[in-house]
Design a protein around this ligand. Structure first.
Ligand code: AMP
Ligand code: ZN
Ligand code: FE
Ligand code: FE
Length: 313
């Protein structure tokens, strides 16, 4: 514990401004609601001059072997991560988890439950939507790029609404029919955020709370007090550099990071063509990535066999 506090304070020196170069450690692929493959992510990251990227699909690590393969192919450093859906007394908390043991049974069962809850919730939303709009569950499933391996979410419903000609793009769907204030909206029952932080820690990983100052997500923001509960559970870091965190929230989050010696990260929340966010628009500094690597499970201990996706993708 003492050691990690020392490591955190040393990497936070000079971290009150966003890094000018570094890593994008918040990227979604076809294994959740991104539109690009790990191969496309790796190629774009190299072209963009990023020092490295992290795959961070929702509630799954099924893309990790593919990301490792592509990283080796192009010589791009990567971190392996997941954005875990969680909840704290009705506040939606997205937890980025890096370099944890993907074979950990608690993590596996956590993902199994959330992914089932996401399916049930998406089906219920589609059932309600289909009374008023020409969409079906089959049309939603057809939007998942990797079949059952894809974590289903609202973006797939949005894509179905676009395919049916109801909306012009995902963003239009999200600002109306699919927004969290829409009558069709149903939240995903999610695990308790401090339990997720503890589970990630127990699996040897590093946890960072994503876009905690993003008011546009609809749910209320996590209070400082609840932040403290997450810190007590073992929270490692906070994503400050994210387009959803406005200036006042960045200041607040930096203050919390200083108070509790948390790592400060940044990421684009890239979804390929699914969102306007550009790869590398927000970054994490090299020394912060080094601290994450040092705290998490090293690659050679993850027991992952790098794999290529079939050649037509
Ligand atoms: P869900 O997790 O199913 O509630 O869906 C939320 C996901 O949709 C998050 O990963 C967001 O990144 C994504 N999302 C939110 N707003 C938009 C938008 N305007 N356009 C595209 N995707 C969005
Ligand atoms: Zn997403
Ligand atoms: Fe998120
Ligand atoms: Fe995300």
């Amino acid at each position: 514990m003492t050691q990690s506090i020392l490591a955190a304070s040393s990497v936070n020196v000079g971290m009150s401004a966003p890094p000018a170069s570094g890593w994008d450690i918040h990227c979604h692929t076809v294994f959740s609601d991104g539109t690009c493959t790990p191969r496309e992510l790796a190629d774009l990251a190299v072209r963009s001059g990023l020092h490295g990227v992290a795959i961070a699909d929702h509630d799954t690590c099924v893309g990790w072997p593919f990301m490792m393969f592509e990283a080796e192919r192009v010589g791009l450093p990567v971190l392996l991560g997941t954005e875990i859906t969680s909840d704290m007394d009705g506040v939606s908390v997205h937890m980025l988890a890096f370099q944890y043991d993907p074979h950990d049974l608690v993590m596996e069962s956590l993902f199994r439950r959330t992914r089932q809850a996401r399916l049930d919730r998406a089906r219920a939303m589609v059932r309600a939507l289909s009374r008023d709009y020409p969409i079906t569950w089959n049309l939603v499933v057809a939007q998942a790029h990797e079949g059952d391996a894809t974590t289903i979410g609202r973006p797939h419903i949005a894509d179905a609404l676009v395919a049916a000609g109801v909306c012009t793009d995902r963003s239009e769907a999200f600002s109306g029919i699919l927004s969290s204030s829409s009558p069709y909206y149903i939240p995903t029952p999610s695990p308790y955020a401090p339990d997720v932080v503890a589970a990630v820690h127990a699996a040897g990983g590093v946890s960072v709370i994503a876009h905690a100052g993003d008011r546009s997500r609809g749910s209320s923001l996590l209070s400082d007090e609840y932040f403290g509960v997450l810190v007590d559970a073992g929270l490692d870091g906070v994503e400050v550099w994210h387009r959803g965190n406005q200036a006042d929230q960045r200041e607040r989050l930096l203050g919390l990071a200083r108070r509790w010696s948390l790592l400060v990260t940044g990421g684009s929340d890239w979804h390929g063509a699914g969102k306007p966010n550009l790869l590398g628009e927000n970054l994490t500094g090299d020394e912060t990535v080094a601290a994450i690597m040092e705290r998490g499970v090293p690659f050679k201990e993850l027991r992952i066999q790098p794999r290529a996706l079939s050649p037509n993708r």
